[in-house]
Design a protein around this ligand. Structure first.
Ligand SMILES: C[S@@+](CC[C@H](N)C(=O)[O-])C[C@H]1O[C@@H](n2cnc3c(N)ncnc32)[C@H](O)[C@@H]1O
Length: 252
């Protein structure tokens, strides 16, 4: 079990607000617009096609900790077969209702990775966006989702780094001074360093890819990519393609 009861209760209480882009989830809506472009572009580059013309070609995508489905829905609209998983019953209900209202097919499951993923279930793309900073036992969580990346597949993880700068900006500034996030949204000790993600993902057989920073402007409510990974960042990992099968021995 990687879910923290108090965190899940807090997300549950907010579940009705998920699709309100001016409500408590406003920062996620702003960030989502930026990261959706990156995720789609990265998928296209990795799998060698142009999503603008080809869509997402039926790729199987897992969105772990999907919340209300801000990322799951647009990826499904682009043609991916998306499974969204979340440990909050309210979020899964809100996500399912919204997808049904929009006529978008997403399969939602309730629980954490260990409860919802079958042992040999594989996905071409696995997303864990703004979730690892809310879970118990980050290495176990990341290791489990990384194991579900198919050969040749991709894992993208976005979160907040554990640095003095993230304490000042993401916690003191965002929650106590400017109040763009409710107090208690993030606890500094639970924030996750890129090296910690890398250790867990490579331990599950993945290879490290890109690492880039993201800057959120809490006054203007805008987000942009940057080099500085000391506060928000997104990182990718990939699994090598399966080796081609050796030729069958010649018939005697
Ligand atoms: C900050 S929200 C991010 C939602 C979504 N990924 C996004 O970026 O729009 C974190 C989500 O992770 C979920 N969550 C927290 N711990 C989890 C766990 N152990 N397993 C699955 N989901 C979890 C919460 O219920 C919440 O919906």
């Amino acid at each position: 079990m990687t879910a923290i009861a108090s965190e899940i209760e807090r997300f549950n209480r907010l579940s009705a607000t998920w699709w309100n882009s001016e409500g408590p989830m406003r920062p996620l809506h702003v960030v989502n617009a930026l990261r959706l472009g990156y995720v789609v572009e990265r998928i296209g580059q990795h799998f060698g096609f142009d999503p603008a013309t080809d869509g997402l070609r039926d790729l199987r995508v897992l969105d772990m900790g999907c919340g209300g489905g801000l990322m799951a829905e647009p990826l499904a609209r682009l043609g991916a077969r998306v499974v969204g998983v979340d440990a909050s019953p309210g979020n899964v209900a809100a996500a399912s209702l919204h997808a049904a209202q929009q006529g978008v097919a997403v399969e939602y499951r309730l629980g954490d990775p260990g409860q919802t993923l079958q042992a040999h279930e594989m996905f071409n793309v696995v997303l864990a966006l703004e979730v690892v900073e809310h879970v118990d036992d980050v290495p176990a969580f990341v290791h489990r989702v990384a194991r579900s990346v198919a050969p040749g597949g991709l894992l993208l993880v976005s979160t907040i780094n554990r640095t003095w700068k993230s304490y000042l900006f993401a916690i003191v500034g965002a929650e106590y001074v400017l109040r763009v996030l409710p107090r208690g949204t993030h606890r500094w000790r639970q924030l996750v360093r890129p090296s910690e993600l890398s250790a867990a993902a490579t331990g599950a057989g993945l290879q490290p890819g890109d690492l880039r920073g993201m800057r959120y402007n809490p006054i203007r409510h805008t987000a942009a990519w940057c080099r500085d990974t000391r506060v928000n960042y997104i990182t990718t990992f990939f699994r090598a393609p399966a080796a081609p099968e050796a030729d069958a021995p010649p018939a005697r």
